[in-house]
Design a protein around this ligand. Sequence first.
Ligand SMILES: [Zn+2]
Length: 205
Amino acid sequence: MKVSTLQVGPIMTNCYILCDEVSKVCAIVDPGDDGAYICRAVENLGCTPVAVFMTHGHFDHWNGLAEVLETYPDLPVYIHEAEVVDGRGSDLRFPRLGEHNQRYYKEGDVLTVGNLVLRVMETPGHSPGSVCLVTGDTIFSGDTLFRANCGRCDFPGGDYRKMLSSLARLGRMEGQYTVYPGHEMSTDMNFERNNNPYMRQGMAQ
Ligand SMILES: [Zn+2]
């Protein structure tokens, strides 16, 4: 398994390409901007994309999606349905795609990318339908968990109490994980358990 990080867009969103090097297929997590650049990166990896996974529906995580779908029109795009609206979408809501592409996932769903198996965890707080994706000892945490920080909860649909519960749930997962967040640098779960004031507050409750 190989994870490539691309920082895209004005808010420096992390787009990840999760590649199964054995079967040479990949998933794109949060194509936040500059879809052409993302597609070039996929091509350079020599992997065929099989899905797009959205951690949540904020604009800075999907602004590159239309361009990605121009290159790969058959990709299924997964997101929690609570993030989706009909029409053009907005800064905070994901515009529902046509049936050909649109897929939804929820707590406990299991997805595959070649030989990789991902599990969906609902982690509301930053937005109602925020999810984390867990594969092996790796977590894509979206805007739920950042290094020593967490995502904002003051947007409409945000909920600080739910954020604390979501962070506590992540912190209580057994074992050590590499964490790839929606913004800024990657981290690991033990560091967060010890240093993240929001996770610590959540776990103390
Ligand atoms: Zn966000």
